[in-house]
Design a protein around this ligand. Structure first.
Ligand code: TXA
Ligand code: MG
Length: 345
């Protein structure tokens, strides 16, 4: 029988105190939580997710004081960012305190810390005497969950309880930055907080250290990640002929189109008509739009649920185009890039 979905905070707290696994709501994505100071509870997370132990976990805290107790340095830039954006979609990577288990940090000398902003998730964390280690609550490499049912669909039989805090308000994982003692701030993962907000708060620019390759500074930044089962094929204006050929060879029911917005789909259609290409009607398939008003926030919120929907539909091939590359669009494009980096045949 799968884990129960419910809203019982006491039960969630009790299970976590016993070293068990509970999925928790955050404003970014659902997390698969365990007592972050209990190495054997943390080991359960890696097993349930099938996650390699070289990929470290974020510790979720309920206060700045708790965050400070988990690291050995708290530079003024960390203080500034935590005051400005916590609770919220920002993770700070800092030198770790000795008592943080090495399994949490994958033997790194640093620890990742975040205070999430879902009311239910946050009150759970504040009721506990320990931080919660929590990666996204999906099998390793698959799309992150943005509602309780997504967690139940895939990890229901491997965990003890799913705390239901509704749909995730941001829908894409936190932005991760490393902060050094000279107050340099380096972005390790794009996410739910845009970079302009961070540098505006600091009063100086952030450095970007983003990589599509495996095991750079953010070890979890594997180039293939967040992938639905469907193959994802990027639609590029210059490849329209190729896309048409591809579409003909894949059956109607197995294909779908993922657009940032209706407006973007319309531009594509106009382009086809301009060039006297075959008409849109040659592409009957399911079409999903991440946003109905061309908004990056709405698109981020819908991204992972929509990718899952293609899989539910039995779709084998998703044609997609990029989001406008600013604000949260950058994080959306990062996830699309990783989701589509699987070899497509
Ligand atoms: O929004 C989020 O961040 C969600 C929610 C549940 O809080 N969590 C999440 O966790 O996305 P996860 O494990 O799926 O991704 C965490 C990323 C991984 O890529 C990991 O490598 C990186 O954080 N990370 C963790 N500790 C780190 C460290 N000490 N140095 C560099 N990167 C670290
Ligand atoms: Mg993840």
């Amino acid at each position: 029988m799968g884990a129960q979905i419910g809203i019982d905070l006491d039960k969630a707290a009790e299970l976590l105190s016993q070293g068990k696994l509970v999925a928790i709501p955050t404003e970014t994505v659902y997390g698969l939580a365990a007592n972050g100071l209990d190495a054997s509870a943390v080991a359960g997370i890696f097993t349930a997710k099938n996650r390699p132990t070289f990929d470290p976990l974020i510790l979720h805290v309920g206060s700045i004081a708790q965050a400070k107790s988990l690291c050995s340095q708290w530079p003024s830039a960390a203080e500034k960012l935590a005051n400005a954006f916590w609770p919220g979609p920002l993770t700070l990577v800092l030198p770790k305190a000795e008592h943080v288990p090495d399994l949490v940090t994958s033997d790194n000398p640093t620890v990742a810390l975040r205070m999430p902003n879902n009311p239910m998730g946050l009150s759970l964390i504040r009721s506990l005497s320990f931080p919660l280690a929590a990666p996204s609550a999906n099998p390793f490499g698959y799309v992150s969950p943005t509602c309780a049912q997504h967690v139940a669909d895939q990890l229901g039989d491997r965990i003890d309880y799913i705390l239901d805090g509704g749909n995730c308000a941001i829908g894409i994982e936190s932005t991760i930055v490393a902060v050094t003692d000279d107050n340099q701030v380096t972005v390790l993962r794009l996410g739910g907080l845009d970079l302009a907000s961070i540098s505006n708060t600091l009063g100086y620019p952030v450095t970007e250290s983003l990589s599509m390759h495996s095991n750079p500074q953010a070890p979890g930044q594997l180039d293939q990640h967040y992938s639905p089962n469907s193959a994802m094929v990027h639609i590029h204006d210059l490849q329209i002929e190729a896309i048409f050929e591809d579409v003909q060879t894949h059956p109607y029911h197995s294909r779908g189109f993922l657009w940032f917005s209706k407006q973007q789909a319309q531009q594509f259609l106009d382009h086809l008509n301009d060039g006297n290409r075959a008409s849109w009607s040659l592409l009957p398939a399911r079409h999903y739009y991440l946003s109905d008003d061309h908004s990056d926030r709405q698109a981020a919120m819908n991204l992972f649920g929509t990718l899952r929907q293609f899989d539910k539909d039995g779709c084998m091939r998703i044609y997609f185009s990029w989001a406008p590359d600013d604000g949260l669009g950058r994080a959306i494009n990062d996830r699309l890039k990783r989701a589509s980096s699987k070899v497509v045949h």
